[in-house]
Design a protein around this ligand. Sequence first.
Ligand SMILES: [Zn+2]
Length: 309
Amino acid sequence: MSLPFKLVYHEGYDLNLGSHVFPSQKFRMIRERFLADGFAAPSDFATPEPASDDDLLLVHDRAWITRLKNGTLDFAELLRLEIPYSKQMVDAFWLAAGGSTLAARLALEDRVGFNIGGGFHHAFPDHGEGFCAIHDVAVAIRKLQKDRLIERAMVVDTDVHHGNGTAAIFAGDATVLTMSIHQFHNYPFEKPLSDIDVHLKDGTGDEEYLDRLNEACLWGLKEIQPQLVMYVAGSDPYREDKLGGLSLSIEGLKTRDRLVFDLAHDHHAAVAVTLAGGYARQIEDTITIHSNTAHAAAESILNRTSNKL
Ligand SMILES: [Zn+2]
């Protein structure tokens, strides 16, 4: 039986960072895990095109796009981005934006679209930071709004780090509700206001996390009634994460995923997934947590279908 939704993937997603703390080989490893454990067949994958420059201009300043393409970032800009410059890195961001846009379009048809990449929520219109050069999630929302496929969207950001770029891009925009649940004492130290910010203390575990997430999601979904939820499903709230200080278990993270899918579907919203961060001491844990997000999506859809029979 084929999956009830598509997995969006391109081999060019790899940012080619070598031994960097960001394990950009994770995208390929997740695809391999899906195929190896029988969760997905090759026909369950969809291949994205790179986003066009016009699509990126819906979010980003032309000068930033031009400097990225031409390789003319200055030293301060490269420091802030925290990843080495390469043509392959730049191409990967254009592909991630195309992939998240495709996942969002597919989600409107299948209830879920799953990009095995993206979630670069620290990118701003005029600069990049924290491993994020292009805000693929914002590009996807703006592109679908422009094409009149959706009017309202909600960003559910569960990466352990605050979604500062998302908050800045959609500040004052009544058509997009931004929600971020994150560790307060962590990067980014300046946190522009999201519509809903859930600041968690160091060491927060499964139970409190899931209560706070449930409350925030319900409030946001009722408030904006989105056609589309962009789910930024970072795996870094995991207790074994090198860059995170929360204490979620692998099981707790899967419950988190299921909660987001079930609540969104209860409120008639499609869900497009992007992966965002994940820096577990054992990369296999990062792969497991991200893979579980897709399993939770499939279970949410199947549960809903069987309840209707
Ligand atoms: Zn993160």
